[in-house]
Design a protein around this ligand. Structure first.
Ligand code: PLP
Length: 395
């Protein structure tokens, strides 16, 4: 199999698996237990916290372990909303192409608590404009939440500029950095963010574990009540093995960030060049301001789902839109947000690669996509109408 769906999840690294197994086998104590076996697990937990913090340039107490990216996004948003509400601030600014963990959390606040949400536009290049974020901030804004890098089209947002605007306006800023952590250099001391969410399985760590960076002095409320774990911010016996494996994966990713990023970007650009040869297709999102591993195209006259299934037959695992929307017939909200019309947005393909993709595998992907797109167009009524001029080509 050629695995080209790293934005959905990644293969765990060998080192992360070794950590996971060894901690699960040998250090299964409860970190809250007072005897030394429990305290050993506590040490492993705190070592992992220090390791994660070090990669970000943060302090260990600024790292809050969670059960993954969706949980982190929800906790930050609900907490900021509750603290805002207590001060009469019930407005949140976000963007139209956030992950559903953000958008659906905001939807709930609107429906259940009467919050107002302003979603700033994402332009055709897949980027949010800082000045539009500035214009959306009001007196009663309690949070701005804009992702660092988009999970479908990979575009990297100007979070530094947005963060500076939030700081100057005295508004809390959260960034969903799930696609960025372990893939882009992020250094919290000079990044004006109050909260940053990450998830281990997007950087070769295990699923169901993640963290939120919460800047020192910034308050966060728990999402889950119970014991006093995570300094009362996240109840529940800690996933010690998973957290330790996450720290291993993150350190490994940070140690190889530049070389892996360069190699991945080289293969990304090869894929982009190859797929551009397909007529009436277009790259989605800015070509350079994107994650090293993200390729996302729309092709006219085809259905993304059919393309995927035929690629699967050829042993290629790719994606169309996000995993969360596949299975439904709705086109991707991200592609609609950057202005792709419904028909075109339906014909999308996301390839998300890592540095292990070989030259030969890239050639196989390019050749396969070319053949499958041509094959599907061969019996597409929409394609027939496009070719006969009955409906005009857009791409
Ligand atoms: C995967 C992803 C999430 C959700 O993370 P989970 O750990 O799967 O809950 C949130 N935001 C973005 C941008 C993602 O890519």
């Amino acid at each position: 199999m050629i695995y080209a769906d790293n934005a959905a999840t990644t293969r765990m690294s060998e080192a992360a698996i070794r950590t996971l197994v060894s901690v699960a086998k040998e250090n299964y104590g409860n970190p809250s237990s007072l005897y030394s076996f429990g305290q050993r697990a506590k040490e492993i937990l705190e070592d992992a916290r220090s390791a994660v913090a070090e990669v970000l340039g943060a302090q260990p107490r600024e790292i809050l372990f969670t059960g993954g990216g969706s949980e982190g996004d929800n906790q930050v948003i609900r907490s900021a909303a509750e603290l805002g509400r207590r001060k009469g601030k019930k407005h949140i600014v976000s963007s139209a192409f956030e992950h559903h963990a953000v958008l659906h959390a905001l939807e709930r606040l609107k429906k259940e608590q009467g919050f107002e949400v302003t979603l700033v536009d994402v332009h055709e290049d897949g980027l949010v404009r800082p000045e539009e974020v500035a214009a959306a901030i009001r007196e009663d804004t309690c949070l701005v939440t804009i992702m660092t890098a988009n999970n479908e089209i990979g575009t990297i947002q100007p979070i530094r500029e947005i963060g500076e605007i939030c700081r100057s306006r005295g508004v809390l800023f959260h960034t969903d950095a799930v696609q960025a952590v372990g893939h882009l250099p992020l250094h919290t001391p000079d990044l004006p963010v109050d909260f940053l969410t990450a998830s281990a399985h997007k950087f070769h760590g295990p699923k169901g574990v993640g963290f939120v960076f919460v800047r020192k002095g910034v308050q966060i409320l728990p999402l889950i009540d119970g014991g006093a774990q995570e300094r009362n911010k996240r109840a529940g016996t800690e996933n010690v093995a998973g957290i330790a494996a996450m720290a291993t994966a993150l350190r490994e990713a940070a140690d190889h960030l530049e070389e892996r990023g360069a190699q991945t970007a080289k293969m990304r650009d090869k894929l982009i060049r190859g797929l551009r040869e397909i007529p009436h297709g277009a790259l989605n999102g800015d070509e350079t301001r994107r994650l090293p591993g993200n390729v996302n195209f729309c092709f006219e006259g085809i259905e993304g789902e059919s393309l995927l299934l035929l690629l699967d037959d050829r042993g290629i695992a790719a994606s169309s839109g996000s995993a969360c929307t596949s299975g439904s017939l709705d086109p991707s909200h991200v592609l609609l947000a950057i202005g792709r019309v419904h028909d075109v947005a339906h014909g999308s393909l996301r390839l998300s690669i890592d540095e292990t993709l070989t030259d030969d595998e890239a050639d196989t992907i390019i050749q396969s996509v070319k053949e499958v797109v041509a094959y599907l167009r061969g019996f597409s009524p929409v394609w027939r109408d496009l070719e006969s001029g009955k409906i005009p080509h857009i791409l």
